[in-house]
Design a protein around this ligand. Structure first.
Ligand code: ZN
Ligand code: ZN
Length: 434
């Protein structure tokens, strides 16, 4: 068999790989994402090649793993698509949002239609965690702990070929950690935090720092902006902020939710079955609804002026400042030193988020120059495994021989494991035999 890397090779974004057998009769694509930045980048797969794809498995709903799906349909390919139920629910709202943004952009050739989004949704087949399914290959999804519905994909051939998707090794407020009993000969593993210096403090430590920053900002009459992906970090942080506010450690203030975050909250509520036991019990067996707390306020473009009236916390998309309501708030609140922006997630190379987080003070938003005077902070409350946790995950896989490091910009991890395994850091468009 062989595997080709069409995206997600030495980069974070547009995850896309194709596994095929030697005579090309059977194939499966792992993820089908785009890379959102100052300009959108797509997997480097030729359209003719794309139309030969028979199966696609989706590890989780984030756009860097799913955003290319409607393009695939627009190009006339009709592969079978497999994902878990919560992933499908989340993909539905995220792709509809992608359609809205894509079609709102001026002077851009429209690359897909709503019919293509509908096609993806109608043809996607839902699989439970640990359910065996066969389509060219015998496959199964195992929980990866990253976001609701996120999965490790296992192909049960050649001693096991596994794709980690994005993984989290810690128990979070929402989910249990990544599955720990994987058997595989070959592993394609994410390496977002693949740098030796990438150590993420405990959630407790990070939350204490976050709460301190928020309290200091609110005390001096400022607003706190927390840019976030719509799905995953936003829900995790909102649940934490609500808990801290209820316990009195966080000053009472309005917590505004904007963008797709609100829609994703409802999907989390409806998929409580896929959350960890504590959250499941809270939702299914009591009156408590942590996703609909009285501390949360929903804001839309019409009501944003109201948000500005008194010190508040604003949790909004997008996580790397590549679009979304966060740009409006940055434009309005960025030049006042009383306000704070707190980055909680990974900021990929080439994004405005990376620039602001690394200290740039003059930025352009909608062709307008903004001088940033607000406080800029980083508190890592990540949904990804850090360097040591990645090592721990790789070393936990039984029967492992070959490791491909994907979904990362740094390769220190290679040095750390190459005595034990054959390690490959593939470049875009490279093919390897398995
Ligand atoms: Zn992700
Ligand atoms: Zn990802």
């Amino acid at each position: 068999m062989r595997i080709t890397f069409y995206g997600g090779a030495q980069e974070v974004g547009r995850m896309c790989m194709l596994l095929e057998d030697a005579n090309s009769t059977r194939n499966v694509m792992f993820d089908c994402g785009i890379k959102l930045g100052e300009k959108t980048e797509y997997p480097l797969i030729h359209d003719d090649e794309l139309r030969r794809v028979r199966n696609i498995t989706i590890s989780h709903a984030h756009m860097d793993h799913t955003g290319y799906l409607p393009h695939v349909y627009a190009k006339g390919a009709k592969p079978k698509i497999f994902m878990t139920k919560p992933t499908r629910d989340l993909v539905g709202v995220l792709l509809a949002d992608y359609y809205r943004i894509h079609h709102g952009e001026r002077e851009q050739r429209k690359l897909f239609s709503m019919k293509d989004v509908d096609g993806v949704m109608k043809d996607s087949q839902m699989k439970e965690f640990n359910e065996e399914f066969i389509s060219d290959f015998k496959m199964r999804f195992l929980p990866s702990g990253h976001i609701l519905g996120s999965a490790v994909t296992l192909i049960e051939e050649k001693g096991g070929i596994a794709f980690s998707g994005d993984i989290c090794m810690r128990k979070t407020r929402l989910l249990d950690p990544c599955y720990k009993d994987l058997h595989a000969n070959t592993l394609m593993v994410e390496s977002t935090y693949g740098g030796k210096e990438d150590s993420i403090p405990s959630y407790k430590e990070s939350y204490q720092k976050l709460i301190k920053i928020i309290n200091e900002t609110l005390d001096q009459g400022g607003h706190v902006i927390i840019p976030s992906f719509a799905v995953g970090r936003a829900q995790e942080i909102l649940l934490a902020l609500d808990d801290y506010m209820k316990s009195g450690l966080l000053r009472p203030s309005r917590i505004f939710i904007e963008g797709m975050i609100g829609k994703a909250m409802k999907i989390h509520r409806h998929n409580a079955y896929y959350a960890n036991d504590e959250l499941k019990k809270r939702i299914l067996m009591s009156e408590d609804d942590p996703f609909n707390s009285k501390n949360f306020y929903h804001s839309r473009s019409k009501t944003r002026e109201d948000v500005m009236k008194e010190p508040s916390i604003i949790v909004t998309t997008s996580g790397m400042l590549s679009g979304g309501p966060v740009l409006f708030y940055l434009q309005r609140l960025g030049n006042d030193p009383k306000n704070t922006i707190v980055f909680v997630g990974y900021q990929a190379e080439g994004t405005l988020g990376r620039k602001v987080a690394s200290g740039e003070k003059k930025i352009m938003i909608n062709e307008q120059e903004i001088e940033l005077k607000m406080r800029v902070e980083q508190v890592r409350i990540s949904g990804h495994a850090d360097f040591n946790e990645l090592l721990q995950f790789i070393n936990s896989v039984k029967g492992l021989k070959k490791v491909f490091l994907v979904h990362g910009e740094k390769t220190d991890l290679k040095d750390a494991i190459e005595k034990k395994y054959e390690v490959i850091v593939p470049r875009l468009l490279e093919t390897y035999s398995i």
